[in-house]
Design a protein around this ligand. Sequence first.
Ligand SMILES: *Cc1c(COP(=O)(O)O)cnc(C)c1O
Length: 363
Amino acid sequence: MSEFERRIYNFCAGPAMLPTPVMEKAASEFLNYRRSGMSIMEVSHRGKLFEKVLDESLALLRELLSVPENYEIMFLSAGASLHFSALPLNLLQEGESADFAITGIWAKKAMEEALRFNPVKKIYDGEDHKYTEVPELDDSMINPGAAYVYITSNNTLLGSRYPNFPKLTKAPLIADMTSEILSRKIDVSQFGAIFAGAQKNIGPSGLSVLIIRKDLLGRSKRTVPVLMDYALTAKNKSMYNTPPTYSIYMSKLVFEWLKEKGGVDAIEKFNDEKAKLLYDYLDTTSFYQAPVKPSSRSVMNVVFTLQDKNLESKFLAGAEEKGLHGLEGHRLVGGLRASIYNSMPREGILALIDYMKEFEKKA
Ligand SMILES: *Cc1c(COP(=O)(O)O)cnc(C)c1O
């Protein structure tokens, strides 16, 4: 077996594994992209070759998520955290407020950053139950004058998600979908904006996508640094400056792969099945425990613990030996976590369950 074929099951939360066919395609085109004699990494971002990659990538994302015409889609040259600062600057006037639902650490970070610019408010905090469920939000919870309502749609560290999204009329809903974008069907028109860092379900890290309703662009009259100015980025077709061209190319390959697999409808069924296999197993044993309330369980990040926490490091070492990588929980929450994004094959889940059963028997 060549080194190239030696792939393991990578359960890391992000950067996460990418589909093997995508990696193979990228490798085959690496040195000589479409007979140009150059890598796509080496060509001008203003030239025809890259322009086509960018256009196709944006069009595929629009198609995969059925993004309506009145929404702009753009790439930004930084990860999801960029938007923690960019959202208040782009969408709020000085002194204006927005509402935040705190369902985990990413929402908390986003709110802390927004507070540096604006007097934003918390409308929910799951701290009391250690973030083991998500709330049902509705218009009655929204503060008067809130310019938007901010949520993290899937809580990567804690393993919870919104099973349904609220239909708000009082303020636009803005969602950080970094760890679940393209994993389930969504109705984009329910949102004012959606953003996601690429490294979980889209491609390499350091890139993010933003889908935003056009009427929200240019809403704020404040000074916004050019590279996080949404209206300016849209006006320049994601190319105010040199964009991360290779990352955008990789994202295009992932979108093509997803389309070939049957799109978001098909991957959602596939993801639901994968997560069910794992949760069903967790529910049959008290040796392992899944802390999140069943109705709020994430389909992408399955968080679990060992009843005997002292066995954790042994569990992780044994898993590595079997080629099951990245199962440790986030350093802030501990425990164990299997991140099973779109590109995790069913075989990976089965291999994990086999290992978990075997470990339980031996313990
Ligand atoms: C990973 C993650 C982030 C951080 O992404 P960066 O690209 O590192 O900024 C933000 N939000 C959520 C929900 C995440 O899962």
